[in-house]
Write a protein that binds this ligand. Sequence first.
Ligand SMILES: [Zn+2]
Length: 187
Amino acid sequence: MKCPNCKKSIDKNEKLRVYGSARVTGIASLNEFWSNGVFWEPSDSSDEYILCPHCSEQVTLEELRIHNSKDIKDYLYHEFVSSTVETEEFKQFFRRYKSALKKALPDGLKIIDFYSNAFDGSGFITDGEHYVYFSFSDVRFLKNEWYHHILIRTAKHEKDYTGGTNQYTSLPKFGEDVQGLLDWMKR
Ligand SMILES: [Zn+2]
């Protein structure tokens, strides 16, 4: 695994101190709490972190896992860090997403003008003659929609942002459904 900060390799078998968050929960009435306290149960959290042995920066385990992922599906259920500007994390996701979409398309189709807008994005696909517009929702709030709910619709040209009727597809069906729209426009 590579440290997202200094890019040096962290041995997965090296023992490291893991820092947990204090996000614990427990159930008790106020009386119970004041007389006996409460039994704290750890809750789901992706805040655990280590200090990189090379650069000593704080790296969350989730950040480490995502940074080193090879498969776009690793981003399913991932909580993106929010910000007013585009984050390094999102930029990396966007590069990987773009190449996954490219790979999903049949030969002869190409992606043009695919841009991100902080945490969502849109673009066009063409076979050289017809156009399909596509977009994905904000990855921070609409978790997994970039995978399961990609908007596609026919477009008259590569600046047509209004286009035809909205339809939805998923990453596994992306190539097939885009091709379907292009074929439909040829009739
Ligand atoms: Zn490091």
